[in-house]
Structures are given as C-alpha cells and as structure tokens.
Design a binder for this molecule. Structure first.
Ligand code: SF4
Length: 401
C-alpha cells in the first residue's frame, strides 16, 4: 500500500500550477537574450548572458512541488524545513502563499508547532537523518523535494561508511546540504565524516596524514565539522572523498587529488588504492554554469554581475570565478542595482557583508556587461537586472523588443 504521508514525486498537478509559476518567475528580457544567442545590444551597452544560468533542474522541481503542495492541501497548514532554495524572492513568494519556513537550530529544525495533520516540505538540499526521523515520528505529511543529484552524493557517502571509509566532504559544514549529506554516515555503525571547506583545510588533513599534525589541535580545529568522536589517528586511515554539489568544481578535484597523492607519497600506491577513494559529486547543473561563465569571461566583459542569494553556495562559486578576471558584483536581487543613485549593493567576494558601491558601471563609452545567476535565481530577476543596468545607462528598457 502506498505511504499516504510521504510524497516525493509530486501530485500530478503540474498543469494546474504552470501558469502561476510562469507568472512568478519567467522574464521577457531573458527570453529575448536566449533568442538572440545570449547577446543584447542597446546603444553603447552590450549585455552578454552566460549560456547556462539560473534555475537548475533540482530547483525547478522543488519549487514546482511546493506550488503543487499548496494546491493539493489548500486547507492544511504547510511548513518548510528551512528555505526551499537560497533565494529570498522565491522564499518570499512561498511565504505569501501561507507556507511557513521553520527556523533551524543547532539540533535541527524547530518542529514544536507541527501537528500530525500538517504538511512539511523538505527542501532541495534534503534534511538530516535526525530531522527526517523526527518528522516521521510526528506522523505529518512529508513532501520530499530532495534533488536527485543530492541523493547521488548520499549514496556515495553511504557506500564509504558501509565499507569503513571516512567520508571526507568538500563543502561548507553549516550548509543544509552538507549537514544532510554528512548525516548519512550514521546509517552505519562506526560511520564517520569530516568536512573541509577549501584547499587550506584539505592541507591540514594532508599534514596529519603525513605525520605533521597534532591530534588535539586537529580535533579542536574540526570539532564543528566532523563526526562527534572523530579521531584523526583512526579515521584518516581510510578516506573517501565526496563534495557538496555546488562547490567550485576545480577546487573539489584538487582536494581529492591532494589527499590521494599524499597517501601515495607517504605509504605507496598500493596503500592508496586500498585506503583512498574519490568521486566527483559536483552536480551537472553546477558544472555547466561554471563552464558557461568561463566561456563568457573569454569574451572579456567590462564588468560581471552575478545574481543570487548571498548564502547561495553555487552563486558564490560563480562570483569567485568571475572576480579572478574582471570587476565582479554579486547582488542578491535585481533591486540591489539602484538606478536613481547609480549605485549597487553587493557582497564583495570572500566577505559576508553587503556593501554599496558607486561608479560601478562606466557611464560613457561602449561597455559589455556580463551576466550570470546562481541555480536558485528565477529568470524574472535576471531580466529585471538587465533592465536596471540599461536604465542606469539612460536606456529605456521598454524600448527593447
Ligand atoms: S544545484 Fe545541483 S544538486 Fe542542487 S538542486 Fe540544483 S541540480 Fe540539484
């Protein structure tokens, strides 16, 4: 008998929500850019859009399921376990539909107000095993929108834990997806994980493997990012690398290579083949967006605009790639581009603070503005950003047909 409290394939209501979704998230200027090979010229301003940008398959599916859930359960209270995706506009739309976003605490989401007759949507990032079990125990309806690419990472991490390997996850320990991924090791007795944020932290792991580390210092350094009883002497002997799906792909590969090479140089190639595994779990949507932005940068834009939530991992990765080459502005929303004052509110790369800049856009002469957007940014916000850039340069966006 099908489980009437757990859904992960939608409710067959796509046709009923399609118009609403399209009204909320599609954009005329983006359609135009697509139709014109991703280039739009107006006066002295050329806009170039990356060929892969914005909503990915996982986000599209999660947002659609949330809309379907509202249609399916018009009279029930609906909750979301955290943000469905990292985009303030999308989350605000869902909130306006009466969907309540639950706050996260150190031990998971606060389900104290959820009753058995309520509905809880699980986001595209997934939730931890502990959160999942708590909801199961509550007996409420669960609509699980976890992306298939995230489920693939979980499978990989599970296989490491099953075979006695520590899952070394390249990711952000506090990110919902990585927390959910790391929790998968607890399905197996003795399952362990360690999260490294970047190559610098991977180097600390390598130093330990090569005998240069201090056990207590290592444990203290990674206390927030490792399984509770992590012991580097025991748990770095067999390591399997996986990654949060939205990291910088080249950095993830480098992390795996660094650890594998270290094991080989210390203990030999046979040891490496028996004690080290790696698998690239960057999702194809992230990879495609990073490849597309590199292609766009080859066109040498004057300035790059990257649109997406400040806490959106894949947007931050895109902005980091751009900032290595051209002046780059990561904006949370199109509204950050202030036409009247000709200023821009943005989060500089490597910081967690929004700042305002003037003189960000040359006001005279021919310029090319490159544009991309993270996987959680809807097309209407990208179109609105194009319109605001044009208006800042005194071009009426309404004149663009
Ligand atoms: S970024 Fe990748 S893993 Fe995340 S929701 Fe999109 S497709 Fe899925």
């Amino acid at each position: 008998m099908p489980d009437a409290t757990y859904y992960r394939k939608g409710f067959g209501l796509r046709a009923e929500v399609e118009e609403e979704l399209s009204g909320d998230y599609t954009g005329h200027l983006v359609d135009l850019l697509r139709a014109q090979e991703y280039v739009l010229a107006a006066g002295d301003v050329t806009i170039r859009l990356a060929r892969e940008f914005g909503f990915c398959y996982g986000v599209e599916r999660a947002v659609e399921y949330a809309y379907q859930t509202r249609k399916k359960f018009p009279d029930r209270r609906i909750f979301l376990a955290g943000e469905i995706i990292h985009n303030p506009h999308v989350n605000a739309k869902l909130a306006a539909m009466g969907i309540v976003i639950l706050a996260a605490g150190a031990d998971g989401f606060d389900y104290s107000s959820v009753q058995p007759e309520d509905v809880v949507i699980l986001p595209a990032f997934g939730v931890t095993i502990a959160d999942f079990e708590r909801l199961r125990a509550l007996g409420c309806v669960m609509v699980d929108t976890t992306c298939g690419s995230v489920l693939n990472v979980w499978k990989r991490v599970e296989s490491y834990a099953k075979d006695g390997f520590t899952a070394l996850i390249h990711g952000k320990y506090y990110h919902e997806e990585t927390r959910a991924t790391a929790s998968q090791v607890t399905k197996f007795e003795g399952g362990r994980y360690l999260v490294v944020r970047d190559l610098g932290e991977a180097q600390m792991v390598v130093d330990y493997i090569e005998g240069r580390g201090d056990r207590d210092a290592f444990r203290a350094r990674f206390a927030h990012a490792a399984s509770p009883d992590f012991d580097p002497d025991r748990d770095l002997a067999r390591v399997g690398v996986a990654n949060q799906t939205t990291m910088l792909a080249r950095e993830s590969l480098a992390v795996g290579e660094l650890v594998g090479t270290s094991m080989e140089s210390r203990f030999g190639s046979e040891y490496r083949s028996e004690h080290f595994r790696t698998f690239d779990t960057i999702c194809s949507a992230t990879q495609d967006r990073q490849d597309a932005v590199l292609a766009l940068l080859a066109e040498k834009p004057t300035v790059m605009l990257v649109i997406g939530g400040y806490n959106s991992s894949n947007t931050i990765s895109l902005a980091a790639i751009c900032a290595e080459r051209v002046p780059t502005y990561h904006v949370e929303d199109a509204a950050c581009i202030e036409v009247d004052t000709k200023t821009i509110r943005h989060q500089p790369i490597g910081t967690k603070q929004e700042t305002t800049s003037s003189d960000w856009l040359p006001m005279h002469g021919a310029i090319t503005v490159g544009l991309t957007a993270g996987a959680s940014t809807p097309n209407n916000k990208i179109g609105e950003a194009v319109a605001r850039v044009l208006a800042t340069r005194g071009i009426d966006p309404a004149s663009i047909r």
